[in-house]
Design a protein around this ligand. Structure first.
Ligand SMILES: [Zn+2]
Length: 128
């Protein structure tokens, strides 16, 4: 390769102004769609608790389970394409079991608490 006679310099891309790119507006915390889903989920959770009281932990990982749900979790995560508002995808959990589930993904999968993106959505599965 021939030796460079002049050092590399930074030049603006074709057609762009040469000034540095500076962000002038704040980034949105979340998209309007995601914000709407989160509000909907929160409203469903409040309504369920008004109608049925505090839900029970559905995971029951081990004897550390408190029995009462603190969290809502999804069998199929949003990242895997799951819905956070679909009742069939919802699983209620105490904080202890929720943490165990996420700390032990292989065991959670074996117990049927976690679905992968390649699995069918829980809403379309037959419930036994
Ligand atoms: Zn529990």
């Amino acid at each position: 390769m021939p030796r460079r006679k002049k050092p590399l310099t930074s030049k603006p891309a074709l057609g762009l102004p040469s000034r540095a790119l500076v962000r002038r507006a704040q980034l949105r915390q979340q998209s309007p769609k995601r914000a709407r889903e989160s509000r909907e989920r929160s409203n469903i959770a409040k309504q369920l608790e008004r109608d049925h009281g505090r839900p029970l932990c559905e995971i029951r990982w081990d004897t550390g389970c408190t029995g009462w749900a603190d969290d809502w979790d999804e069998r199929k995560s949003r990242a895997a394409g799951g819905s956070i508002t679909d009742e069939a995808n919802r699983i209620t959990a105490c904080r202890h079991c929720h943490e165990r589930k996420h700390a032990n993904p292989a065991e959670a999968r074996r117990r049927g608490l976690t679905l992968l993106s390649s699995d069918p959505d829980p809403s379309t599965e037959e419930t036994a």
